[in-house]
Design a protein around this ligand. Structure first.
Ligand SMILES: [Fe+2]
Length: 419
């Protein structure tokens, strides 16, 4: 028994050494990245409608944290977004903030935006952008300057809401029926801000909520007085997530401490429909001006999708709305493996009262077979990236199984690794 444990630990250490240090350092730069400014040759259709099969497929990408200083993270993150686009062939991409972070100057920020936006531009995929707490943090570019720059790419369907609303990047995208005749669905995009006056996380402000209510009423009036079903995309989760989770007065395995309230712990509530994994404390804004309640009142939102909490991938139903968080799409290379991936959401125009979604974790997608295929393609950089993903996937799964078994043994609750 002792021998088996020692062998297991040694093998894990060897895997960590290979995947966490050797592969990133040995890896040459991936030359598929396009750092050039928009060449404006793309003519992506700005009108979003259900595709010829009557479906709308959304790719939710969030918290990419692109920054060339994090050299080892940059190439794999770009490559996995490219692969996600090619595999999923989405009708629209939603980028919900912390897209490019910590660049020292506007030139570097633009270079990172180019690398990201060229992925979608070259494939003709429309993209809706909003911002997180980090995008304008360094001060090299304001949110308005960032939005103007994102909009130099023809694939961007983002809107600068102007001076009327707090923040920059609060707008809606009406989705037309496949025949283009009428509005069938709606996508709301909110700038949930960065930090409040006390330095705590921000939230959607009162004026944005008023705008939402008015626009929701307008859409309803134009739709024979029937609500237009919709989804919400923004960076920071709403404070009501803590009402949706189950409260416990003491720490229990698989419970997380409230971000602001002392001695309050929360975990999934099996009684509301939920799925996924919660691995860190949800981080909503400290203040709450009533965005969620306004949406409950209007009755047009099926689900709200956020990022920000990088390792949480779940959906919890509360008052008829799914509060859903998506994994960070940033790959962290050296040593640390985190949950990393993207979310796919599909809506059918024949029944817009519901939607389907799944979370794709990169460690589920890439295995040694993928690496073998990449080796055949002859690109050393992508071969080594795929190999790194495969190695880390093994470590990640091993850790997840061990952790899951531990949680199950102390809580009697089944832990699922699925989304
Ligand atoms: Fe964030």
């Amino acid at each position: 028994m002792k021998k088996r444990i020692i062998t297991g630990v040694s093998l894990t250490l060897i895997f960590v050494l290979i995947a966490g240090i050797l592969l990133p350092i040995l890896r040459p730069d991936y030359d598929g990245v396009n750092f050039n400014a928009s060449d404006k040759t793309n003519t992506t259709d700005k009108v979003i409608k259900f595709n010829s099969e009557g479906k709308l497929k959304i790719l939710h990408i969030t918290d990419t944290h692109l920054n060339l200083n994090h050299k080892y993270n940059f190439d794999p993150t770009i490559w996995l977004i490219e692969n996600a686009c090619d595999k999923e062939k989405p009708d629209i991409v939603m980028l919900t903030g912390d897209n490019v972070v910590n660049c020292e100057n506007a030139e570097d920020t633009k270079k990172m935006i180019n690398a990201l936006m060229n992925i979608f531009d070259s494939r003709g995929i429309p993209v809706a952008v909003t911002f997180g707490n980090h995008d304008s943090e360094q001060g090299s570019m304001t949110r308005e300057e960032l939005m103007a720059y994102y909009n130099t790419f023809s694939c961007s369907v983002s809107v600068d809401d102007g001076e009327n609303l707090s923040g920059c990047g609060t707008y809606n995208i009406p989705v037309l029926s496949s025949d283009g005749e009428n509005i069938k669905f709606n996508l709301w995009v909110f700038d949930s801000g960065d930090y409040d006056k006390n330095g705590k996380y921000s939230c959607v402000q009162s004026d944005q909520i008023e705008w939402y209510k008015e626009t929701s009423d307008k859409l309803k009036a134009e739709n024979n007085d029937e609500v237009v079903n919709s989804l919400v995309f923004q960076h920071i989760i709403v404070g009501e997530i803590y009402d949706a989770l189950k409260k416990s007065d003491s720490w229990k395995s698989y419970s997380y401490k409230h971000l602001y309230n002392e001695d309050e712990y929360y975990m999934f509530n099996p009684e509301n429909t939920n799925y996924g994994t919660i691995r860190e404390t949800p981080c909503p804004g400290y203040e709450n001006f009533g965005q969620f309640e306004a949406m409950v009142e209007k009755g047009d939102v099926l689900a709200m999708f956020t990022g920000h909490d990088h390792t949480n991938a779940f959906a919890v139903n509360h008052k008829g709305i799914d509060i859903a968080n998506s994994l960070s799409t940033r790959y962290i290379s050296l040593f640390h493996s985190t949950q990393c991936g993207y979310r796919v959401i599909e809506i059918d125009e024949n029944d817009t009262s519901t939607y389907e979604t799944r979370v794709e974790r990169i460690f589920d997608i890439y295995d040694f077979e993928t690496a073998k295929q990449e080796r055949k393609s002859g690109d050393t950089a992508t071969y080594l990236i795929a190999l790194e993903f495969a190695f880390k996937g093994k470590i990640q799964k091993f850790a997840t199984v061990v952790y899951g078994k531990f949680i199950e043994s102390v809580t009697d609750r089944e832990v699922t690794y699925a989304d």
